[in-house]
Ligand binder design. Sequence first.
Ligand code: SF4
Length: 100
Amino acid sequence: MLNPIREARVAEVLSSAPQSSEGTLRRAFSGSASPRGAIKAQCLLCVGFDRNEVKNCSGYSCPLWAYRPYQDAERAVGDAGEPAPDRSSGGRPEAAEAGA
Ligand code: SF4
C-alpha cells in the first residue's frame, strides 16, 4: 500500500500522462522498472512527455543527463567526453561502470 499522499500524486501523474508513457511510469512507480526504465520515466515526466525534449535536454548539470534516453549516438558522451555508459548492461549504469 502506498502512502496516501504518494498514491494521490501518482494517480494524478498517471491521469495526465499520455498512453505511450503510462506503462513506463507505472513500472517506475511500482518499483518494477529497471534503473534505465526509471530514468526514462523521470526524464519523460521532467519534460512533459516529449521525447524530443529529452533528446535535446539542456539540463547539463542534471545527474541523469548522460543516462537520458533518446540520445543520438554521437551525443552520447559523458561529462569529460568519455564514451557513453555501456547500454548493453540492460540500462544499469552501475553495472556499466563496474564493467559488468
Ligand atoms: S536529463 Fe534532462 S530530461 Fe532527464 S531528468 Fe535531467 S533535466 Fe530532466
